[in-house]
Design a protein around this ligand. Sequence first.
Ligand code: PXL
Length: 284
Amino acid sequence: MEKQKRVMAVHDISCFGKCSLTVALPVLSAAGVEVSVIPTAVLSTHTGGFTGYTYRDLTEDIPKIAQHWKTLNLDFDGIYTGFLGSFEQIHLVSELFDDFKGKDTLILVDPVMADNGELYKSFSPEFPQEMVKLCQKADVIVPNMTEAALLLNEPYRAGPYSKAYIDGLLKRLSGFGPQQIVLTGVYFDEENLGAAAYDRKTGDISYVLSSRIEGSYHGTGDVFASALLGAMLNGFSLSKAVRIAVNFTAGSIARTKEAKTDVRFGVNFEAGIPQFIQELGLSQ
Ligand code: PXL
């Protein structure tokens, strides 16, 4: 058997509402990947649509965990970051990249900070430009359409989009430095929605769409990015990894819509794990 891949996942734990680490852990584990975690904060729920949530900041633990890990000479095939709560956390994560990026480490940054044209309420207007600095050190970035506009300091545009607009965004985002850009929430008509991917090395752009399901379900960005990273670490090309991640995410949303679950509670990705494993070629 090949050496097992290991990822460092740096996200918060939202105790209820299925996102960040409570998604990254099971999805990457299903993909056969070992996950070492640096929890950045513990919240009673995520911040999307709930009020009164608790927030225990763990910023001061980040360098201490890193310091201990350095004594163990750990190496990582991937470093995966998502929701970060402050400028200071962005700086510390940037240091983690410097300390733990090896020759073949894939750094995936999901610049979680906005959706549907709006910056999440917990962030100041300066936050996106700080997030740019992290994207500059990434190999892969996975912004949604709102995050892409904020990173580029361009006005947000609502869809449907033209291919020319999407291709332009992908190329402008690659100007920050990442080799691969995956844009989510892309749609060209009301029927289908999915992702667009650009590989700067080959110049290839691919669009991976699925039937559009009405509603804005929380945590889907984390489900998508975790599945994407799991597929990439299993050796799939960018466009095939995006296809696997779109299938996994669209299936999770469809199941959740069918069950009429509160959109804040997260999506039922769990029932899609057997098919995900099959698409990764890992089933017996
Ligand atoms: O799903 C992204 C996410 C992660 N963690 C927290 C969040 C959000 C999005 O709102 O609030 C705490």
